[in-house]
Design a protein around this ligand. Sequence first.
Ligand code: CUA
Length: 161
Amino acid sequence: MALVAAAFGFVIVRSGSRDDDYSAITVRGYLIRRWWFLFLCAAGVLVTLWSLIPYPLQAGSVGAPRAIDVVGRQWSWDIASRSARVGESVSFRVTSADVNHGFALYGPDDQILAQTQAMPGYVNELNVTFEQPGLYRVLCLEYCGVAHHAMIAEITVTEGS
Ligand code: CUA
């Protein structure tokens, strides 16, 4: 703190004696500083605007995903389509016919990719882009009765145009 205070004191004392400030070098310094300031303002505005662009537009995938309706019920999944292609974007529209279920999508490596609630009276949209071929599984993640563990469905993702 003493060092910082000393530095401030030094600057304050020195700032009183500016007699030959407008040398060519000083003018040039002010000019550079002004352009640097304007550059930082412009960069700040651009970065802020970029951050406001929705992620799908940033990623370039503007096309609407394919909608697949999903209904969970005790104790099965009713999935309108159980196949997709690699690279395809799908919007699962998930609801429930009875109680709350948990719609969870697992990849071919059995890692969970995405999940949402399946709720009676609501439709939750879950957007997924399939990045590798294989057998994907849907499991229920919300305890929903004696056969909760049996709520398993499969989705096949194939290479293709
Ligand atoms: Cu459905 Cu647990």
